[in-house]
Design a protein around this ligand. Sequence first.
Ligand code: NAD
Ligand code: DAU
Length: 377
Amino acid sequence: MKNIIITGGAGFIGSHVVRLFVNKYPDYRIINLDKLTYAGNLANLKDIENCPNYRFVKMDICDFDGVLRLMQEEHVDGVIHLAAESHVDRSIKDPFTFAQTNVMGTLSMLQAAKLYWESLPEHFEGKRFYHISTDEVYGALQMTHPDGIEPPFTTRASSGEHHMAYGEKFFTEDLKYQPHSPYSASKAGSDHFVRAFHDTYGMPTIVTNCSNNYGPYQFPEKLIPLFINNIRHRKPLPVYGRGENVRDWLYVEDHARAIDLIFHEGRVAETYNIGGFNEWKNIDIIKVLIKTVDRLLGRPEGADLDLITYVTDRAGHDLRYAIDSSKLQRELGWEPSLQFEEGIGKTVRWYLDNQEWMDQITSGEYEKYYDSMYSNR
Ligand code: NAD
Ligand code: DAU
């Protein structure tokens, strides 16, 4: 693989994937195709923007003709597709944009890759279309134990290994899709199209479904960067419902490492779940954030606990996500490299040290959008 399009490379996860590939593979040509929506930010890639093996192209994935031309011009061998609308709350307000970008945009990428690769003598040989999806397509898990034991408790993943969890079940690759939000429904639709292109045309596709990512460069509408910034500025922390929902958190660079491994060594037509068996209740993670920010800013411990403000719950709020990544560990030997305590410490420090990055986003237009979006708080 020499010429690779990474879509959504100016976003949170995409920027980490682009950075990893540009630095690790100097003989690859990395083309970052991104529309630069509100979530795309070229400041995320300042450190690599002048590298000779890197090119940025501002383009909408829905622009089928443009994408096809780019593939022909760059002799593209591989696609790593991350571009998407990614925020559940926005999908509740504006589902059309999610269907357009996530479903039609993915279809446009697939069809362009298919037409271009079918025009080559080698056809699909040595080609790969890798689609990045989410654990949210599986729906929501319960927080139950067969013997009525209160969570968290120790339970077994499909590998037989024991993990601390908030319920007895995990998301495995064979589960049926049960998306609840317009966001997860649109990601489910895109996953189905990717598999259909393999099954119908023989296109060499791979799909991965990952749990919640955290780390540097995440847009501050998402829980962790939003709350770090609010704690810093002593603004209220809007906790949905009772803060009891459980998410499974993975450091973003570990996700990028998994994408690298799967892109090169994953089996075609397979699905891999990516996650680090790291479940947290929202309210507990929020307390860790308060403690860490207060410590790093030299404030008395717990000084900002009173910022916690319980607000109206998210509509259709999924109770629990928990990924079983045994298949990926077993087949390709991937494991997360960072313990959560270390990852969250690094993350908080990064946001506090990069206030300028944050200010550029949170001032001006975004602030107005945020206030109108969350006017019910
Ligand atoms: P993000 O919102 O931070 O970035 C999305 C990027 O896609 C932005 O750069 C944006 O400009 C670009 N984009 C959006 N619409 C586009 C279009 N029509 N054409 C071209 N570019 C467009 O998203 P993220 O959190 O980095 O997520 C990346 C991918 O990973 C998504 O597909 C998401 O579903 C998936 N994912 C995210 C998480 C997570 O925790 N953030 C977890 C699992 C899977
Ligand atoms: O599971 C993977 C998914 O994780 C990705 O596919 C999505 O792109 C990504 O946005 C993320 O979705 P979530 O909805 O889980 O992430 P978010 O950061 O929006 O919310 C995390 C939890 O925190 C969730 O239970 C809702 C809650 N929350 C969120 C916000 C923004 C709050 O209580 N208050 C808030 O203000």
